[in-house]
Structure formats: structure tokens, C-alpha cells
Design a protein around this ligand. Structure first.
Ligand code: ADP
Ligand code: GN1
Ligand code: MG
Length: 541
């Protein structure tokens, strides 16, 4: 057993004496003090080195922070072991670090991953919450609270009963109070290295959140999104759908022997347990884990990639075939109701609030000439020939993550529009976006073509993955799905153009018109090749 020498026989020294005795770790405990004449005082401070043979351990029990520290350093230099003395009633997390010569007094709490540098004094009833840091020689006085992530500078004395809050750090890439609030709401504020805009979605504001990993390097760990409340009027319902569906998918994926952490998104609740955080402007923010080693493509690099995406969306449909569709909220009413979309278009055309009708007459005519088409699928639905299923409803290629190594589809993202819908909408929207030779906003229409090989690759993949759950009528109408979703999307872009670009994000004044034109070009080519499309669907049915 060790012998302990306490420098300073004042009030604090006597508390340390009692604590050391109670700990049962020391055979002999004595004081050095220049003034006191008690039986336990064995000498003067100046003689500290002479006692090293008899006492292997020594601590400095001075209330003055700098004095305590300077003595600790002298004791260490002399070869003494300078232990931390912790009262048995104190609660100290196993992951907390307590430096040499610290005193943790009765009923103090040192929480998870808190770090106390040498010579700190945490007095009775004080709380040092998780991840807080006390630099050397601090004194946290009676009953005070150091909140999580605070850093208390060296030699600082925090007065009795005080609460110290962490000050917010400046985080690179944060350019608004709302984004900063959101980062803190999800608990990233104190660690986050930086954030940056992420992805190429047309609806939400998406940020990549970088945090230091265990090796101290910055790593993309979370995706934080501000939900577009102009589009999603009821974020509670959006998030309820998402939590319900992702929890269900986790179970299905686990049963299939897959990895739920990589094959579906894991949404994170706020620190107060909410599904999303609402900023002071009333915008909802939500967050999910970034899936590492994944890639997101804006266009198919080859037919196999497109085929893999089809397999993923097909699998997604199948995985959710047992989900109780009636529990899902309709997050955007009549989302793929082509007749209703046509009515919206006609209203925007009539109002023409931006005086843009004169700039898009050809496109307007293109839509009005296809009024009949807008009812083809809706009539089938009304007749009960096509079943409603749990569908994704926004199956663009950039709403799927690929595994960076296997190059296979990994995880379906952008779950805001999961609702009861038609399988042909999911199939058709993928074709619309992916079976084109150009980007959705390619201004040179000579570059925009409907690619029948890509169409075939997708059809093959989709039917391989989901063919057995689809009815013959659903399969028969898949080509219509492609044609109508493309027409509908073009119509939506044109409607937004007429309304002054209030729905989709745009980068220049006629961006929506440019987008509408590519969609109509694709529709025309699909119309020309409709017979071939139907034959391909039959081939894989
Ligand atoms: P939006 O409704 O705006 O399209 P998304 O949820 O689709 O919102 O996110 C926007 C974009 O951010 C995606 O299309 C994708 O490019 C990118 N993105 C989102 N999450 C991830 C992720 N986990 N990994 C890679 N890219 C992602
Ligand atoms: C939007 O959110 P994003 O960018 O994945 C839109 C889709 C359109 C698509 C056109 C909720 O998809 O419906 O088809 O743009 N999403 C919503 O690119 O309206
Ligand atoms: Mg998206």
C-alpha cells in the first residue's frame, strides 16, 4: 500500500485527508504545512523532497489554483506519484479522464467523456457533464454545473451554484442562424468540422455534415435537410411516413439477410426526441446518417447502372408490398394524378401571372394536344383495373445510392413522397429521367433522345425484381407510365414556369421552360416508338 503526503493542512487538506483515509488505498496519510502544529503534520513544505523515501504519493491541497498547480508540478518533478483523490460518493463515468492531483469531492458528478486536466478541483455537488473539458488547475465550486461540451480555461474558478453553457463555435460553411440552430438541435454543434451544400435535388436544401472521426480526420457523417414547406405543407406527416417506412424496411432487410444500416436510411431524432427540428422561421429540418462508400449519379453512365437502379426500385416496391398502405399520409395530394396536373396547368395558363404565355406557345399547344392521354391511366384506376400500392413516386436516378464497390443499387433515398400510388408511376418516372441521352435541363434539344436500349435495360431489371408482384394489367400499362410521367413532369415544369418558378429550384429565368422542352422531346420520341416499348415490356413480362 502507498503512503500519501498532503501539502497544506487547511480545510481542503482535511477533506482530502478524510477522503484518502476512507478510500482505504493508503496505509499512512500525513500533512506538510508551514504553520499548523497538529500531530499529523510531519514537516514544512520546503522539505517536501526529504519525505519522498517514506511517502510515494503526494498531493497539493491548496484552494489557490496556481499555487496548487505549481506544487503538483514540483511534486511530479521530484518523483512523487500525484494521484487524483475521488470521494466514494462521487459518480465518475468510466470514460471520463481525471488528471493527476485532481480532487473530486462528495456527490460530484463527472459524466461520460468529460476530461479533467491536472490539478482540477470539482467541489461537492458540482456536475461536469459529458464531453466537457476542464483545463489544468480549474476549480468548479459547490453545486455548479458545467454543461456538455464546455471548455473551462486553465485556473478558472467557477463560482458556487453557477451554470456554464457551452459557447457556440463558428462552424465553417454555416451561413445562416437556422442552419446553425439545426446543427445544435441534432447535437452536432460542438463537434461538427464543417458543412457544405450537397446533392442536386429540386426541392429540399441539403447539406453534408462533416465530423472528426476516431482518427481525427473530417468525415462526411450526416445529411441534414431543410424540408421545403412550400411543397410539403405538413412535415409531421412526411416524417411519420418516413419513420414508419424506414423502420419497416429495416426489418425486411434484416430478414433478407441484408444490412439495414446501408440499405435504408436511418433518420435521427433531435436531442429532444422530435422527428424533425423547426427553425425560427418555421422551416422543418431533418437528418439521417450518411451511408459511406456510396455514390449518387445524375445520369446513367451505362446500361448496367440503369439496370441496377431498376432492380433496386423494383425490390423497393416488393419490400414494401406488405406495408399497411392505409397508414400512410398523402404528403402531396394528387401527386401523380395526371388529370389534376392538367387542370393545374390550365389554371396557370389562364392566369398567366408572369406574362410568360407568349414565350411558350409551342409547348402549351404540345400539352393541350395531349389532353386525352392525361386520362388513360386515371380511367384504368377508376375502373379498378390498377391496384394502389406503397410507391416511392419520385424515382429519379439521383434518388438512389449505389455501392461504390459492387456498383449495385444500395439504398433508395428521398422518401418524402412515399404514398399509395401506382407501380407504373415509379417505373415511368425512372424511365423519364434515366432513359434520356441528355440531362433533364439540356438546352440543346438535338442532344435529347429517348434511348430504347436504356429503356430495355430498366424494364428488364424492374420486371426481374418486381414482376412477380405486378398484375398483368399493371405490366400492360407500364409503357403508358413512361409516356405519361414524362408528359406530366413536362407539364409541371411548364406550369411552374407560368407561375413564376415557385415550386422547383431554378438557376436561371427560363430554366423550367428548358426542362419542360426536354420532357416533351422525350414524349414525342416515346410516342413514335410506343409499339417497340410495348414489345420490350411483353418480352420481360
Ligand atoms: P430533394 O427532394 O431535394 O431531391 P433528396 O433527399 O433527394 O432531396 O436529396 C438531394 C440530393 O442530395 C440527392 O439527389 C443526392 O444527390 C444527394 N444526397 C442525399 N443524400 C445522400 C446520401 N446519403 N449520399 C449521397 N448523396 C446524397
Ligand atoms: C423533384 O426532389 P427531387 O429533385 O428528387 C420532384 C419530382 C420531379 C423531379 C423532376 C417532391 O424531385 O416529382 O419529378 O423533381 N419532387 C417533388 O426532376 O415534387
Ligand atoms: Mg431527390
Amino acid at each position: 500500500m502507498s503512503n500519501l503526503l498532503i501539502l497544506g493542512a487547511g480545510g481542503m487538506g482535511h477533506m482530502i485527508y478524510e477522503m484518502a483515509m476512507e478510500s482505504g488505498e493508503y496505509e499512512k496519510v500525513s500533512f506538510l504545512d508551514d504553520a499548523k502544529k497538529e500531530s499529523t503534520v510531519v514537516g514544512k513544505l520546503i522539505d517536501y523532497s526529504d519525505f519522498h523515501g517514506e511517502y510515494d504519493c503526494a498531493v497539493a491541497a491548496f484552494g489557490n489554483n496556481k499555487l496548487r498547480l505549481s506544487w503538483i508540478e514540483k511534486l511530479m518533478a521530484c518523483g512523487y506519484t500525484v494521484p487524483a483523490i475521488v470521494h466514494p460518493s462521487a459518480v465518475v463515468s468510466a470514460s471520463a479522464e481525471i488528471g493527476a492531483g485532481c480532487f473530486v469531492m462528495p456527490r460530484a458528478v463527472i459524466n461520460t467523456k468529460a476530461r479533467l486536466d491536472i490539478g482540477c478541483l470539482v467541489n461537492s455537488g458540482a456536475v461536469v457533464d459529458h464531453d466537457a473539458v476542464l483545463e489544468k488547475g480549474c476549480h468548479i465550486s459547490l453545486g455548479s454545473v458545467i454543461r456538455a461540451y464546455c471548455q473551462i480555461s486553465a485556473f478558472r474558478k467557477v463560482a458556487d451554484g453557477k451554470v456554464v453553457y457551452a459557447r457556440r463555435r463558428k462552424i465553417d460553411g454555416v451561413d445562416s442562424g437556422a442552419l446553425e440552430d439545426a446543427l445544435y438541435a441534432f447535437g452536432f454543434g460542438n463537434k461538427c468540422s464543417y458543412v457544405r451544400p450537397f446533392g442536386a435535388g429540386h426541392i429540399n436544401e441539403t447539406y453534408a455534415v462533416y465530423m472528426p472521426n476516431e482518427g481525427g480526420e473530417d468525415e462526411l457523417m450526416y445529411v441534414l435537410q431543410r424540408i421545403n414547406k412550400n411543397v410539403f405543407k405538413n412535415p409531421d406527416e412526411v416524417m411519420e411516413n418516413i419513420f414508419g417506412v424506414t423502420e419497416y424496411l429495416r426489418r425486411v432487410i434484416r430478414e433478407e439477410g441484408g444490412d439495414p444500416d446501408r440499405e435504408t436510411l436511418s433518420y435521427i431524432k433531435t436531442k429532444t426526441g422530435e422527428n424533425y427540428f423547426e427553425d425560427t422561421d418555421g422551416f422543418p429540418w431533418r437528418c439521417y446518417n450518411y451511408i459511406s462508400d456510396s455514390v449518387c449519379y445524375q445520369s446513367a453512365e451505362n446500361a448496367d447502372q440503369f439496370y441496377q437502379s431498376a432492380r433496386s426500385f423494383g425490390r423497393f416496391l416488393k419490400q414494401l408490398s406488405g406495408y399497411p398502405a392505409e397508414t400512410l399520409h398523402e404528403t402531396i395530394p394528387k401527386f401523380h394524378d395526371t388529370e389534376s396536373r392538367l387542370a393545374d396547368f390550365k389554371r396557370a395558363l389562364k392566369r398567366d401571372v408572369k406574362n410568360r404565355e407568349r414565350t411558350c406557345r409551342r409547348e402549351v399547344r404540345f400539352v393541350l394536344n395531349r389532353e386525352r392521354d392525361c386520362s388513360v391511366v386515371m380511367e384504368q384506376l377508376r375502373a379498378g383495373n390498377l391496384p394502389l400500392r406503397v410507391t416511392h413516386n419520385d424515382t429519379k436516378l439521383n434518388n438512389i445510392l449505389f455501392d461504390a464497390h459492387t456498383k449495385k443499387g444500395l439504398c433508395i433515398i428521398d422518401l418524402d413522397t412515399i404514398m399509395p400510388g401506382l407501380a407504373l408511376s415509379d417505373y415511368g418516372d425512372s424511365i423519364r429521367f434515366g432513359a434520356s441521352t441528355a440531362a433533364e435541363d439540356e438546352p440543346d434539344l438535338d442532344k435529347v433522345h429517348f434511348d430504347l436500349d436504356l429503356f430495355e435495360a430498366y424494364t428488364k431489371g424492374y420486371l426481374e425484381a418486381a414482376g412477380d408482384v405486378l398484375t398483368p394489367a399493371e405490366k400492360e400499362y407500364l409503357p403508358w407510365g413512361a409516356r405519361l410521367l414524362t408528359l406530366e413532369c413536362g407539364m409541371r415544369f411548364l406550369t411552374d414556369y407560368l407561375q413564376g418558378d415557385t415550386y422547383f429550384k431554378t438557376e436561371y429565368p427560363n430554366h423550367n421552360l428548358v426542362r419542360a422542352r426536354t420532357q416533351f422531346k422525350l414524349v414525342e420520341e416515346m410516342e413514335d416508338r410506343f409499339g417497340e416499348m410495348q414489345a420490350i415490356v411483353r418480352k420481360y413480362s
